[in-house]
Design a protein around this ligand. Structure first.
Ligand code: AMP
Ligand code: FE
Ligand code: FE
Ligand code: ZN
Length: 275
């Protein structure tokens, strides 16, 4: 394999593996590099280069555009950026409020769980979301598995769902740029409304995720072309979360060597501070 998986999650958000485990797994699979793009957190705070492996600093920011959930990936930014760290912490606090409101809905629906139980079951996370709530629902026997929790109760549009306040996409892009990083539109195929896709493609993104584990292969060429037409680079990543999404495997989608090298060079030349 000659690429790097630039989209996966660790225990710092809703993944089940530690960053070290993810790096070992990526090396075993023969990937040339990795970016651990945890949701709205700066905790996965590392980068390194060894002779044959590149770790690119990464993050996935929860944003919205006209009510539509949109994820913005940030890469190769300053790991010591106070602005981006605070930006993440602000949203982590909003997530807590939103999670508590979802929990209140579940309690009213006859599934008494508490915020304390959610934190106890996933103590390493700094950014909590619906998967952490789902794990408690499974543990207490209210649903057989996480997928059912989403399908019946906490998925978008289901009775206990609350979207909560999120960043505007423009704000997310700006925060990544302020930290010296590159902003990439994640899994664009999930956005079904054409007018929103058009608006997103007109924003100052640097890249677009044209290869994604759960994107139908027939759509890759369309998104690669959109990237080219708009002057964006194309990235690829799996969105691996471990057993949270059993059908998604690390390295099942990846970014080309040239693009990973460009990102790492950008990081070294423009962002990384002398220590
Ligand atoms: P949140 O960030 O709290 O809105 O939760 C969204 C996260 O839930 C996504 O990042 C996915 O990792 C996860 N997720 C969404 N749908 C499912 C599902 N059906 N099964 C497992 N995880 C899911
Ligand atoms: Fe996730
Ligand atoms: Fe995402
Ligand atoms: Zn993701």
């Amino acid at each position: 394999m000659t690429g790097a998986d630039l989209h996966c999650h660790s225990i710092h958000s809703d993944g089940v593996h530690t960053p070290d485990e993810l790096i070992s797994m990526a090396k075993e699979k023969g990937l040339i590099g990795l970016s651990i793009t945890d949701h709205d957190t700066f905790s996965t705070h590392q980068s390194f280069f060894d002779r044959d492996f590149l770790l690119i600093p990464g993050i996935e920011i929860s944003a919205e555009c006209v009510g539509q959930s949109v994820h913005v990936l940030g890469y190769a930014y300053d790991l010591y950026s106070k602005t981006l760290d605070e930006f993440c912490r602000f949203h982590q606090a909003r997530r807590v409020k939103r999670n508590q409101a979802i929990i209140e809905n579940l309690v009213e629906m006859g599934m008494p769980i508490s915020w304390e139980e959610v934190k106890e079951l996933s103590p390493e996370a700094s950014s909590y979301g619906r998967p952490h709530i789902a794990r408690v629902l499974v543990k207490k026997g209210y649903v057989p598995d996480v997928a059912t929790a989403f399908k019946r109760f906490i998925g978008e549009g289901k009775p206990a769902y609350i979207s909560g306040d999120r960043w505007r996409v423009e704000e997310a892009i700006h925060a990544v740029h302020e930290a010296g990083g590159k902003a990439v539109l994640a899994h664009p195929h999930l956005i079904k409304q054409r007018s929103i896709v058009r608006k997103l493609l007109s924003l100052p993104f640097d890249g677009l995720e044209a290869y994604y584990s759960l994107m139908p292969k027939s759509e890759n060429e369309r998104w690669r072309q959109e990237a080219e037409e708009h002057g964006f680079f194309a990235t690829g990543g799996s969105d691996f979360h471990g057993t949270l999404k059993p059908a998604v495997h690390l390295g099942s989608s990846f970014t080309s060597f040239e693009t990973v090298q460009m990102l790492y060079r950008h990081f070294l030349q423009h962002v990384k501070r002398a220590v």
